[in-house]
Design a protein around this ligand. Structure first.
Ligand code: FAD
Length: 376
């Protein structure tokens, strides 16, 4: 006989682990199914750190969600006794016509956030490692930081299990279907039934949610670390900010040096888009370093050789905004996907939103911004 749960969560990565925790905390009988080991480096939630920032260039709609996410990350730190979030200033910088900087300013104005305007030359004086053109413009905010991404996923799983969730690693879901008023999920090991299903499958949503009506695409992204030991103090997190630089072939972003691997720098977007995660090449080559080295030579000269590299995946929607919704064709099914390279900071909020949806049969706030139907 099939084992029965209140809710099954498919994919226990960044969002799925948050959903398992929030659902279990509400007293629901939860089964989380993960195809790989728990906390792995073959999806989208690995690579040591993730930026969290409040003055959100991607849209002022996100600001209240980030503000609440900060609180929820701190709650999770208290609950699990793990250090997850480190505060650090965040600099958004670009040429005078930068769309990114304009977006940051929109969020600052609409939500009356505290931020400091700086010219390129003022940035170079304040943070001597940078060489931005004098007429560039920057917005520096203190309400930002970085999350230890693997530790966050681990903490969410730990908290979910503490609240009674059952989580299975190495159990890929082969298919799911709606059965009566509930769902049935089939894996290599067996069949499970539940009243409701949450699909948080990251890049594999391209397969598990193929009929959702959202044209999801997968993008390979490379994270690189660079040695800064010859001038280590300049790149310490009390002296060097997280940065997002709106450069013509970018944007590029980076984080201060927090260990011997040095500063982490990467290019955001600007890579081929694929239909499925199976097409992603997980090896790195000298071609991956070339554009980043050019960026460093121009704006951060003096950074040493590459120390480490990792490949990771973005799952993109056409408008680069998330999908968090009830499946339009199957009411017992809830989906969260297409986080488009900026979702991790929101994971506890995504978990909360999904759990409220499952528990109440509807979302408690207006979720049109993240709806599936916007692609109809
Ligand atoms: C290089 C890089 C840098 C980023 N930087 C930032 C940042 O600074 N700030 C930020 O907020 N966001 C950032 N992001 C985005 C953020 O990391 C992602 O939006 C987030 O991690 C997505 O989480 P997810 O749960 O959707 O995917 P994942 O964490 O990949 O989880 C999906 C899980 O589902 C599992 N799964 C899939 N199919 C099945 C199946 N059939 N059966 C069982 N399990 C299955 C997978 O194995 C995986 O564990 C970055 C992403 C990358 C790649």
């Amino acid at each position: 006989m099939a084992a029965t749960f209140d809710v099954i969560v498919v994919g226990v990565g960044g969002m799925g682990s948050a959903a398992c925790y929030e659902l279990a905390r509400r007293g629901l009988r939860v089964l989380g199914l993960e195809q790989f080991e728990l906390v792995h480096s073959r999806g989208s939630s690995h690579g040591q750190t993730r930026i969290i920032r409040t003055a959100y260039a991607e849209g002022p709609e996100y600001v209240p969600l980030v503000q609440r996410a900060f609180e929820k990350w701190y709650d999770l730190e208290q609950f699990t006794g793990r250090h997850l979030l480190t505060e650090c200033a965040c600099l958004n910088v670009g040429p005078p016509d930068s769309e990114h900087v304009r977006g940051v300013r929109r969020s600052v104005q609409q939500h009356r956030l505290t931020a400091e305007e700086l010219s390129g030359s003022a940035i170079n004086r304040r943070f001597p490692a940078f060489r931005f053109p004098a007429d560039w413009q920057g917005v520096l905010e203190q309400a930002a930081g970085f999350l230890f991404v693997e530790e966050c996923v681990r903490a969410q799983i730990h908290a979910a299990v503490a609240w009674g969730a059952e989580i299975h690693a190495h159990e890929p879901v082969q298919r799911w279907h709606v059965l009566g008023s509930g769902v049935e999920v089939t894996t290599e090991r067996g069949t499970y039934q539940a009243a409701q299903l949450v699909v948080t499958a990251g890049a594999w949503a391209t397969r598990l949610l193929a009929d959702l009506g959202v044209p999801l695409r997968v993008m390979r992204q490379v994270l690189l670390w660079f040695d800064v030991r010859s001038q280590a103090a300049q790149f310490r997190r009390d002296r060097f900010p997280i940065f997002l630089a709106d450069v013509a072939d970018g944007p590029y972003y980076g984080l201060p040096a927090i260990d011997r691997c040095g500063i982490k720098v990467a290019r955001h977007y600007n890579a081929p888009e694929w239909d499925s995660p199976d097409q992603v090449d997980w090896t790195t080559t000298a071609d991956d370093e070339r554009p980043i080295r050019q960026f460093l030579d121009r704006f951060l000269p003096g950074v040493g050789p590459q120390t480490q590299a990792q490949v990771c995946m973005y799952t993109l929607t056409p408008d680069r905004h998330f999908v968090i919704d009830q499946h339009p064709a199957y009411p017992p099914v809830w989906v969260a996907c297409g986080f488009s390279g900026h979702g991790f900071k929101f994971a506890p909020m995504v978990g909360e939103i999904l759990a409220e949806g499952v528990a109440q049969g509807r979302f408690s706030s207006d979720m049109r911004f993240f709806s599936v139907r916007r692609f109809a």
